[in-house]
Design a protein around this ligand. Structure first.
Ligand SMILES: Nc1ncnc2c1ncn2[C@@H]1O[C@H](COP(=O)(O)OP(=O)(O)O)[C@@H](O)[C@H]1O
Ligand SMILES: [Mg+2]
Length: 412
């Protein structure tokens, strides 16, 4: 087992070094992350003892018995001494690895007996921009320069690996899903779209009441599409200093372009527009104009940036803003079907027997956030009585409590 793994590692490094046409996206994620240096991944890939151990476990020494592998005790480095023998040896033992490692598939696809296609294997491999390590090298690069390091303070950056919520854990309706599928194919066919001049894609505006899943969906999309996420709240970059807000907006878009490809998620999108109505300050107008201009100048096809803006108050946005987006995606108060899905998803790991249909009926008008609150309450109340299993009655009771709270909020 360890032997095969370390030979996979050595062979991947060797083939990658030999064929310049292979790039970082061809290397499997688990191998790629061993080789990140200051400026990303550089040729030649050299397999040192510590790297080999991280990949193949402690017993990498087993490999010394293989006649085509050499270990240099002085610089603690493994080396393939006969490429042909290694290739033959690995063909017998590593077929599984060949089928999920594009670098190996690239070489072995010329062997008829293997029946593997490089293109197919590559499709299954996650691209480098989904690596946490890749994001780290970009951040390190931005930190070096004073101007760009200032930018980092304005946004939150997530690698898809850091995002907890899975796309299938968000209850979405058919229309929403279809729009997200379009983004996915547009990303895949970027070059084609550029060639035929269809560039106005990938700018979405999420509208709907608080707690309906807008932020969660933006994050889950980052995970699903393997794209890093640049998250910014407009209220956080708005400054009372003249011109500062405009500069900040420009910087945020600049970061997104540097991260290409990524998702730029602008939350509280109405914040700037809202301030405009309250006082027609010249600086505020300028900020709005900067925002509009920045949106015009960015697109998925050329810059690799999916732009998602979200607002709980769409009526505050003027038509100049609406027009900038290719698609308005509504997040309404969840329908019966969506509420059912949220209950099913959120209760799937909670021990107990539940009448989900009754809960769906009782929670008419609840948002996803309120349904989650109901479940949290019931679970905690259950624990309070010393039980991990949740009784259905406790959920019903929690629905009542949350409903009372909602009514209280409305009456004030
Ligand atoms: N459609 C949904 N599917 C799954 N969870 C949801 C949904 N809508 C809301 N939630 C849950 O409610 C909470 C708040 O959602 P959030 O995305 O912050 O809402 P918004 O950004 O629209 O205010 C999150 O914990 C989220 O998981
Ligand atoms: Mg939100």
């Amino acid at each position: 087992m360890d032997q095969t793994k370390i030979v996979e590692l050595l062979l991947t490094a060797e083939i990658y070094n030999r064929f310049e046409e292979l790039n970082e996206d061809d290397i499997p994620k688990e191998i790629r992350k061993l080789f990140y240096g200051k400026n990303g991944i550089n040729r030649p890939l050299v397999v040192k003892l510590d790297v080999a151990k991280r990949y193949a476990g402690r017993n990498v020494d087993d490999v010394r018995s293989l006649p085509f592998i050499d270990f240099n005790d002085f610089n603690k480095q493994f080396k393939i001494t006969s490429f042909d023998l290694t290739v033959k040896w690995f063909l017998k033992r590593g077929i599984d690895a060949i089928k999920r490692n594009p670098v190996l598939a690239y070489y072995y696809q010329n062997y008829d007996s293997v029946g593997v296609s490089y293109e197919d294997v590559k499709k299954l491999n996650k691209p480098k921009h989904s690596d946490k390590e890749w994001l780290k090298t970009i951040i390190a690069e931005l930190e070096k320069n004073e101007e760009t390091s200032d930018m980092l303070g304005l946004v939150r950056l997530y690698s898809p690996e850091d995002i907890k919520v899975e796309f299938h854990e968000v209850a979405l309706d058919e229309t929403q899903l279809q729009e997200f599928n379009k983004i996915e194919v547009a990303l895949e066919k970027r070059e084609f779209l550029e060639k035929i001049g269809v560039t106005e894609v990938g700018k979405l505006l999420f509208i709907g009441p608080p707690g309906t899943g807008k932020t969660t969906t933006a994050r889950a999309l980052s995970k699903k599409l393997h794209l890093p996420l640049v998250e910014v709240k407009l209220s956080m970059i708005t400054s009372q200093f003249l011109g500062e807000t405009s500069k900040n907006i420009e910087k945020v878009f600049e970061i997104a372009k540097k991260l290409n490809p990524c998702i730029l998620f602008i939350d509280e999108f109405d914040y700037v527009a809202k301030t405009r109505t309250s006082d027609e300050h010249a600086a505020v107008k300028r900020a709005v104009n900067t925002l509009l201009k920045s949106i015009d100048e960015i697109n998925l096809v050329e810059d690799g940036v999916v732009l998602i803006a979200a607002t709980n108050h769409p009526s505050l946005l003027d038509s100049a803003v609406w027009r900038r987006f290719d698609k308005i995606i509504e997040f309404p108060q969840p329908s019966e079907r969506i509420r059912k899905r949220i209950f099913q998803l959120s209760l799937s790991k909670v021990p107990g027997n539940f009448d989900i249909d009754e809960l769906v009926e009782l929670t008419e008008g609840f948002t996803g956030a309120e349904i989650k609150l109901v479940i949290r309450e019931a679970v905690l109340n259950s624990l309070l009585t010393g039980k991990e299993e949740v009784e259905h009655e406790l959920l019903v009771q929690a629905v009542r409590n949350v409903r009372e709270r909602l009514n209280l909020k409305i009456s004030y």
